[in-house]
Design a protein. Structure first.
Length: 111
């Protein structure tokens, strides 16, 4: 118990691997849902909260998508600054300044 810290994952060896790049399907909360009141753009760098850990990542919007408005459902690529244990269909929250501004799911592991 003393060897585990916040954010660690206990799993059978080889059953899950750490990754930094994935594709995600995301819903961006509206202002009245406690989310953002302004859009975000390509290169947006929020905290991605998985299970019990959060890590900064960069959102790369699909070509042709200039911005994402609160209330939008969008698919985009994410690159985390540190690898975390994840698999397809893992759910996560997008947080900014201590507030949840979006909810998403990993749709595909890229790297």
């Amino acid at each position: 118990k003393e060897d585990l810290t916040r954010g660690m994952v206990l799993a059978a060896p080889g059953s899950i691997t750490p990754h930094t790049k994935f594709k995600a399907s995301v819903y961006v909360l509206k202002k009245d849902e406690g989310g953002r009141h302004t859009p975000f753009f390509n290169g947006y760098r929020p905290q991605f909260y998985f299970r019990t850990t959060d890590v900064t990542g960069v959102a790369t919007l699909p070509s042709g998508t200039e911005m994402v408005m609160p209330g939008d459902n969008v698919e985009f690529d994410v690159e985390l600054i540190t690898p975390i244990a994840m698999d397809q269909e893992l759910r996560f929250a997008i947080r900014e300044g201590g507030h949840t501004v979006g909810a998403g799911v990993v749709t595909e592991i890229v790297e």
